[in-house]
Design a binder for this molecule. Structure first.
Ligand code: CA
Length: 228
């Protein structure tokens, strides 16, 4: 059984928030709510959502500002719900990266249909590949790792390192191979650079950096990514 999709409802009107929560929960979704733009962005930093339902009229910031900031921290499609039924607002929201737009008052069945569309996984192209291990996902395109639902940003080298290890499917990748692949042949980088890089990656992806679960060092050989 797959886990229910998580939906973040960003709506300051309590009655509407309650209505959305109960409708979505009944439809089998896992619902979180936020009343302000800031709360919404904080929730998106903490976890990944399948869809974010966003009211444009929020007390602390314009919903359009939330859309542009959300794009930097989350891959969740943003479905705008707003009373502002005018073309300009709609186009502005879509230009900022909203995936769809529903005007208030909306029909619950229509909203559900749009959520289902937004939840469909985007077509996977090569650059958008996700490398998966148990409890750890590496999104090469957006340079993030998702560890048990927590999303962390990776630097370019950290992403390349994890991708290299993931492509070895659990086999040890030698220090020389890592250096050549990340710093390039003939660079000054050495074993210490690899250790520092591994340390940086562990601080981000390991629940307990002192007892690594994913990024395993094989003394005198190299590193492997634990795929068990
Ligand atoms: Ca509102």
């Amino acid at each position: 059984m797959t886990a229910p999709a998580k939906i973040l409802v960003v709506e300051d009107e309590e009655q509407l928030q309650r209505m959305l929560r109960s409708t979505l929960t009944q439809a089998g979704y896992e619902v979180s709510t936020a009343k302000t733009g800031l709360e919404a962005l904080e929730a998106m930093v903490r976890q990944e959502f399948g869809v974010v339902l966003l009211d444009l009229g929020l007390p602390d910031m314009d919903g359009k500002e939330v859309i542009s900031q959300a794009k930097a921290i989350s891959r969740a499609p943003v479905l705008v719900i707003s009373a502002r039924d005018n073309g300009k607002e709609k186009i502005a929201a879509l230009d900022l990266g909203a995936s769809d737009y529903v005007s208030k008052p909306f029909d619950a069945a229509e909203l559900m249909a749009r959520i289902r569309v937004a939840l469909r996984p985007p077509r996977v192209c090569k650059e958008d590949q996700e490398v998966k291990t148990v409890g750890l996902q590496i999104d090469v395109a957006s340079r993030r790792a998702i560890v048990e639902g927590r999303s962390v940003r990776l630097s370019r080298k950290e992403t390349e390192f994890l991708q290299l290890l993931a492509e070895a499917h659990g086999a040890v990748v030698a220090h020389e191979k890592i250096i050549e692949s990340i710093w390039g042949r003939g660079s000054d980088a050495d074993y210490m650079n690899v250790r520092v890089l591994a340390w940086q990656v562990r601080r981000k992806i390991e629940p307990d950096a002192g007892a690594p679960r994913f990024l395993i060092a094989e003394a005198g050989e190299g590193y492997r990514l634990n795929m068990d």
